[in-house]
Ligand binder design. Sequence first.
Ligand code: BT5
Length: 245
Amino acid sequence: MDFPISKNQFVGLVELSEVDSTNKELLRRLDADTPEFFAVTADEQTAGLGRLGRNWVTESGKALAVSILLKPVSTRQTDWITIMAGLALGSALEKFGVKSSLKWPNDILVEGKKLSGILAELVNPSTVVLGIGINIKPQKHSPDTATSLQELGVAIGKDQLLGAIASELRSYWSELLANPEVAIARFQAELSTRCGTLGTKVRAELPGGKNLYGVAVAIDDTGRLIIETPEPVALAAADVWHLRN
Ligand code: BT5
């Protein structure tokens, strides 16, 4: 289904100049009546969140930070939210001529550097806060591994970007709601072109700190990364580094 490229695709959009974290702010505003696709953005995050309590840099006017409420009805949908968001973002960026690559599970890379990160937080089985950060301009405190649209020579306004994300997310999410099994099979096929992790030698750091080395060969139908070490191991959560093949 096609959705108009417009930030009106959000069902209520709160636009703030400064907040600790848009994910946290959405949680504070959440009640039983908050509609799906309610969203919060901010020009600056003073305590932006990455995974595992890590920091996400969002300096004033330099990046897009948006959090969106999703209401999955089955774990099949919940399992796929992060990867689906990565595919939708890749597709939105492509509309502006940006060729990106998804690093499993939540990074959008361009030329090997991180343009965008995704943080999906499960509040309860039917409530997920999906946070997306995209660098628009270089930032003083972001790591050397970061890039931004400006550094890539791409001039996109925040509203344009937000509109494209809203429209692509609606489209991917409506697919996943309508028929999860069909959508997941399609996402798996799309991953073979959009996911730079597949076919790559990786080091995967597991949540306990253990490292695994192997070739990433597939993403299974629950979104886990399969690496051959050489015996296949399925990873539900890890930090992955792409190594030279
Ligand atoms: C992420 O975590 O990549 C998830 C980022 C999600 C941010 C959004 S912004 C809207 C919403 N509200 C929030 O509070 N958060 C979400 P992770 O994979 O753990 O990566 C975090 C790591 O990325 C950090 O430890 C840094 O090394 C690096 N990093 C921090 N800020 C960055 C930036 N602006 N650009 C690129 N890399 C960054």
